[in-house]
Design a protein. Sequence first.
Lengths: 347, 347
Amino acid sequence: MGAPVTIALDAMGGDHGPSVVIPAAALALIRHPGIRFILVGDAARIEAELSAHPTLAKKSEIVHTDVAVAMDAKPSQALRRGRWKSSMWLALEAVRDKHASAMVSAGNTGALVAMAKFCLKTIEGVDRPAIAAIWPTVEAECVVLDVGANVGADSRQLVEFTLMGAALARALFGMEKPSVGLLNIGVEEVKGVEEIKAAHAVLKEAPLPIRYHGFVEGDDVGQGVVDVVVTDGFTGNIALKTAEGTAKQIGAYLRAAMRRSFLARLGSVLAQGAFRALKEKMDPRQLNGGIFLGLNGIVVKSHGGTDATGFACAIDVAYDMASSGVVERLASDITGFHAKLELEGAA
Amino acid sequence: MGAPVTIALDAMGGDHGPSVVIPAAALALIRHPGIRFILVGDAARIEAELSAHPTLAKKSEIVHTDVAVAMDAKPSQALRRGRWKSSMWLALEAVRDKHASAMVSAGNTGALVAMAKFCLKTIEGVDRPAIAAIWPTVEAECVVLDVGANVGADSRQLVEFTLMGAALARALFGMEKPSVGLLNIGVEEVKGVEEIKAAHAVLKEAPLPIRYHGFVEGDDVGQGVVDVVVTDGFTGNIALKTAEGTAKQIGAYLRAAMRRSFLARLGSVLAQGAFRALKEKMDPRQLNGGIFLGLNGIVVKSHGGTDATGFACAIDVAYDMASSGVVERLASDITGFHAKLELEGAA
């Protein structure tokens, strides 16, 4: 179990606030009894929820604030009004000041990116942070980044995303040299945009702690062709949401098909154990949590509309990252990479 | 049934050539008895396949050529070697010279884009052609473009793609004012890249023959939120392949889940009618065919690796387009739009 890990939770973030965050913390505590929490938000509402979870109450410290970032606030607005005092900010501050190893919020993504950058700062040598998603594959899971911290990325940023994604794969999947692919619209070297071609040229040659696979296409992601898929935040966000939408759509088809006839309904009753397993596999709550990479601290973003099961999964991810030293590993990879580039530049 | 529609087929395109193309033409002929074919390629191989399809043979004219475009040829290479004489070129030429109303090829996409542009030329006022896909939704189907003719698109091209996609939706779905959405990473006006924001500003104001919905996200495509989804060829290609990959992945999960236990296997036997319906719904062959838009003629690209069922669906799409006057409608929409822009510019 190791040393206790403390996680700061933005109790006011998301569509449901403490009524989802507190039960989620209770769920995560069952899975990781060594965990401790800092719960940031309206103390009265947090305490009301905690009364149903006495074990959690004993493991938690409450930090009160009246201020919460609105789900529809623009990043600049959120920063102006919520800095120094909002539940989102104070949870980040707990990480910055080493009171917590990680923070989880279901709040406004744009606001969280802006505040996290401002509060925690990027790791030295990292230009912009990225958001990584854990994507289910037919093999197991892979890391996809950036899925929305930035719009667009130049070749240097794509290389940084590669190092960040690889560090995360090492931390979460326990692999030493993850395979990495650059998302593109064809596997031939001639295809794609200039930034991607330039990143490809660097990754092919650079002695990085990865196995560089080359280009991958949209249908390779779910096939588990590589452990880490690197792309810019615009493309990554659209790919992620398209996959989520397709899964939802097929679920709807399946339910409709199973209601079509008496035999189908009977069959679906007999097969319900199998359907349950499939549903779990396809359940977006099981993979809930955008992971911010490139900051001096661990920040996990949960879906705004998620329930306690989903938010608890985001806490699990934060716990795994905090236990595995991913931030330190990432910092040393980035430093090593830039040192090499400088040596080459000087040579 | 109307006047007979003649369709030129690149019999040598795709991974399998005449052994897929000829049986596909026979299938399409059953569905559309008024159709006629020009079959372009190696006459001996075409005739060998035709011997099994006497009805098709009577409706077909063979145009012989020894030259076929290689599936891995670069576009410039294909143009240099295949112009004037390859099966791909001669099938396009049949459309240009009005011997055929449409052409279908399962050949190399890049080569087909380059040759089609060179042979048929773009419609006056269209900067670059686009490839549209018919995407299944929980409602019905929608048009998504560009899915790979170009890498990137400026705001003017995005507006042109809008008009092209709307003309296609009118032709295929029989709707007068299709709804159109711009693919973006958030529905708020502040988000996204400059080109998309600029196109959004034009589409919001311009009196076009569409219902402009605003931004849509990746998960809105399969939900059928709009009839036409507009994006650049890089993003569109990755979204399309990601959706195809996700469908394949869920199919694999489903098969595995149904083999897990005796009850599940029994259930799946009872429900097999429903599974068959689902499989058809998810079958990528049913939606096989990238539709080239913005050219003076109808060109449909079938998947290179498809079978006769898939290639026949691509012929169906070409037939529907040829019967509905989509090229003329598109040309008049584009002319009308540019005339309006000029008037506004002069005002």
